[in-house]
Design a protein around this ligand. Sequence first.
Ligand code: FAD
Length: 163
Amino acid sequence: MDAPSIQQPEVGTTFRAAMRRLASTVTIVTSADGARHHGMTMTAVSSLSMDPPSMIVCVNQSTFLHDIMLSARRFCVNVLRHDHAAVSTAFSGASSPEERFQIGAWLQTEDGIDYLSDAQANIFCKKVAAVPFGTHTVFIGTAVDVALNDDAKPLLYRNAAYC
Ligand SMILES: Cc1cc2nc3c(=O)[nH]c(=O)nc-3n(C[C@H](O)[C@H](O)[C@H](O)COP(=O)(O)OP(=O)(O)OC[C@H]3O[C@@H](n4cnc5c(N)ncnc54)[C@H](O)[C@@H]3O)c2cc1C
């Protein structure tokens, strides 16, 4: 098999093109710090370990959600279903912070964390670390509660489009 062609020095451009080929399940990460609440569409989300059950979410430092997550104690990863494209669009900048929670079946926990009640899964996390790197912060959370929906067909994002 031929070796893959290595394209230099425009690694930033080729890296972006490579990431567009990485199909990802779309999530909306929500958080609240007592005074403010927000949610944002995210794909830079991954499991970290099973013991303890934990996740990482990578949040751009220029966002409102980042401000809230720095002071919040909890966040929720809402894993979207195939028919949630409109909710995802609202939470990636199309709607204002308050308008966006009118789109989709949102509920709130007792401690004020929004969760999408018909998501494939809601993973409620306790924030345990925040590690800045470049333009982003990697937030680490341990799962404290999980809700699962029987319909687990995912909303996928690839090549800058839902698929
Ligand atoms: C498929 C997909 C995947 C993505 N994955 C990621 C990802 O993994 N990580 C990531 O970081 N981004 C990701 N994004 C980008 C992200 O979803 C948003 O598009 C972008 O970061 C803007 O978020 P936002 O709309 O919350 O805007 P923000 O810039 O956070 O602001 C939202 C609104 O809040 C207002 N606001 C700001 N500060 C305050 C305040 N203090 N009080 C009240 N209102 C305020 C602003 O005026 C603005 O109207 C992804 C986007 C898509 C489409």
